[in-house]
Ligand binder design. Structure first.
Ligand code: THU
Length: 161
């Protein structure tokens, strides 16, 4: 019998702390994503911005639909837009900013399960190069996580197929 343990690590910056250079810019781009969101049903705006290895930043917002299950999260919209605009370019980081039009949020939200799985696959596609996640609400602390497995330990991948 062997008992094993996995640990996760994250960094929390206070709003007024100086952030490492690309994070501030990426959070701003994620905020731009709010303008691209279509969220009349939930009134929960999610902006996501991808930083690519070639320096390009691509942002997107969540896309809802009157047929609710068809809603597309901002993270997956941004990753798909990046993969379409710049195929096979490594994704280095993804910033996610949330804004609830019904109440003020001061704590970041983390990606949903489906988005975690897509982030996991994105890392597999880039030979395991980890994606840094930068999370913030409208205001408040910034949480930084390194690698999809911090949010999806024991993720499913193609090695079983
Ligand atoms: N949403 C995202 O865009 N990303 C997530 O990780 C969680 C949820 C969107 C989907 C829907 O448009 C709204 O937020 C409420 O669930």
């Amino acid at each position: 019998m062997q008992k094993k343990r996995k640990q996760i690590e994250w960094i929390r910056y206070e709003q007024d702390e100086v952030l490492p250079k690309p994070y501030g810019q990426l959070l701003q781009a994620a905020e731009e994503g709010w303008k691209k969101a279509w969220a009349p049903y939930s009134r929960f705006l999610v902006g996501a911005a991808v930083l690519l290895e070639n320096g390009q930043i691509i942002s997107a917002g969540n896309q809802e639909n009157a047929a609710y299950p068809m809603c597309l999260c901002a993270e997956r919209a941004a990753l798909a837009a990046a993969a379409s605009a710049c195929p096979n370019v490594v994704v280095q980081a993804l910033a996610i900013k949330v804004k609830n039009l019904k109440k003020k949020l001061t704590q970041p939200a983390t990606p949903c399960g489906a988005c975690r799985q897509v982030l996991y696959e994105t890392e597999q596609r880039q030979s395991g190069q980890k994606i840094t996640l930068v999370l913030q609400a409208e205001e408040g602390p910034i949480v930084v996580l390194h690698g999809a497995d911090t949010l999806l330990p024991f993720g499913f991948d193609s090695s079983s197929l």
